[in-house]
Design a protein around this ligand. Structure first.
Ligand SMILES: [Zn+2]
Length: 456
């Protein structure tokens, strides 16, 4: 008996968590938190597995929407054994400590649940068992009903440092969970090579970019050309550019892209501003540069000249010392550095805001990126109307697979059954329609929180 039950991240991006019961062994694939929601709403629905066995958690990568609820899960199920790649474990230490700081400063959380401490994070991180890429291990839960063990293996998923797609095999039945994966190269990370994953019975497939027309997403290099043309125009006219980025992944990829473009003389030499946890994560990219598959292992991010964003109080500084500012969060969530800079930036005629990643439709970042110079925007429910004076431009430097690549993974793995996750309704509709159109033999499910699917 194998059953699948989504607890979160089924038809949206946030709080990814998927439960598998394999003949009595309980496995959670990821344990994320919703970046935009607050309190219990931000967590996966752990109640759904209160009466189920839970033995293991396999973490695909260290983005908050895949790992952020781990401390809450451990408070509730202290005995579970967590597996992740060495790199994910290292990054998890940084992001969960950072999240503990943020939680402690958000008082409304205290009314809902017990927030976790730095000591709890330390214990949790220590307990994570490391698994090497491509090396399979066997596991079996306490209430497992058969002699056959479950074999698991983690495979490089591209996306970010440490990211893995996870293969689970039990008695000849093969389940492949893509996590977040990218088949194309970025500036640092090489595209995932999953060609050896074949004969999959159930493919649990992320759908992030399925609703995005790939005509918008050209190659990293050609997008960088478009980026440098627009950036040069702003920088040469004395303006500064704000790029909202996720601290993990996008910061490092865009930093490397900007630096390499400057070195080649394609981008005007200018100041680069970074700061906070993004820098600590960059150090882990440096530390692992010969250990994981990298496009350019000799590139050391720490050696790229950077000014500390957090030392600048008066934003007029960016008029006198123009440059490119890489500030988290990527979706300009309220209270984050990129949101704090936003109000000032919108009022500056010669400045620019460049979007480079994914934007949840209900975030200030999405509102800004859907607008243009001259428009009036309201960034929060109780915020004031603000006229946009600066240049706004959207670029696509995706860390997720394009829609055609999502189709190709189904073809390559020869999956019998596909469960669509990690995408909004339009993304899953596009993917579902094209999967059924192209592969008539594939059974397609759209995951829904709380709706169980019997796999075998
Ligand atoms: Zn991710």
């Amino acid at each position: 008996m194998i059953k699948f039950l989504p607890l979160g991240g089924a038809d949206e991006i946030g709080a990814s968590s998927f439960y598998l019961n394999i003949n009595g062994t309980g496995i959670l694939l990821d344990c994320g938190i919703h970046p935009r929601k607050k309190g219990f709403d931000a967590l996966p629905k752990f109640d759904l597995i209160d009466n189920e066995p839970l033995d293991f958690v396999f973490i695909s990568h260290a983005h908050q929407d895949h790992i952020g609820s781990l401390p809450f899960l451990i408070q509730r199920f202290p005995h579970v054994i967590i597996y992740a790649t060495t790199q994910t474990k290292e990054i998890a230490g940084l992001v969960l400590h950072n999240a503990a700081n943020i939680l402690a400063s958000e008082k409304d959380y205290e009314n809902q649940f017990k927030i976790y401490t730095h000591e709890e994070v330390d214990l949790l991180i220590q307990s994570i068992r490391e698994i090497e890429y491509e090396k399979g291990i066997e596991v079996k839960g306490l209430r497992h009903f058969s002699e056959s063990k479950i074999k698991i293996s983690f495979h490089d998923a591209g996306h970010i440092l440490g990211a893995a797609a996870i293969l689970i095999e039990y008695s000849g039945y093969r389940i492949f969970y893509t996590g977040d994966f990218n088949l194309s190269n970025q500036a640092i990370m090489k595209g995932a090579n999953l060609k050896h994953i074949k004969h999959i019975n159930t493919l649990i497939l992320e759908s992030t970019y399925a609703s995005t027309d790939s005509a918008k997403i050209s190659s990293w290099n050609s997008e960088l050309e478009r980026f440098t043309r627009s950036a040069n125009h702003i920088l040469n006219n004395g303006g500064s550019i704000l790029i909202p980025v996720f601290a993990l992944g996008k910061t490092q990829e865009i930093l490397a892209s900007i630096y390499l473009a400057m070195k080649k003389g394609k981008l005007t030499e200018t100041n680069i501003f970074t700061g906070g946890i993004g820098r600590d994560i960059s150090n882990l990219y440096d530390k692992n540069r010969y250990i994981v598959r990298r496009k350019n292992p000799d590139l050391v991010l720490k050696n790229i000249p950077q000014l500390n964003l957090f030392e600048i109080d008066d934003y007029n500084y960016f008029k006198k010392n123009n440059g490119v500012v890489l500030a988290s969060s990527g979706m300009m969530l309220v209270g984050t550095p990129s949101f704090k800079l936003l109000d000032y930036w919108l009022g500056q005629k010669s400045f620019g805001i460049f979007g480079v990643g994914y934007f949840d439709p209900q975030t200030p970042g999405f509102t800004v990126m859907s607008s243009k110079k001259g428009d009036t925007v309201k960034l929060t429910e109780f915020g004031q109307q603000k006229k946009i004076m600066c240049h706004i431009e959207r670029f696509y430097f995706p860390s997720h697979s394009k829609r055609e690549e999502l189709l190709s993974i189904v073809e390559e793995t020869r999956a019998d059954k596909v469960i669509l996750i990690h995408g909004d309704h339009s993304a899953k509709d596009w993917l579902g329609f094209h999967l059924l159109d192209r592969f008539f033999f594939v059974k397609v499910h759209s995951a829904e929180i709380g709706r169980e699917i019997m796999l075998s």
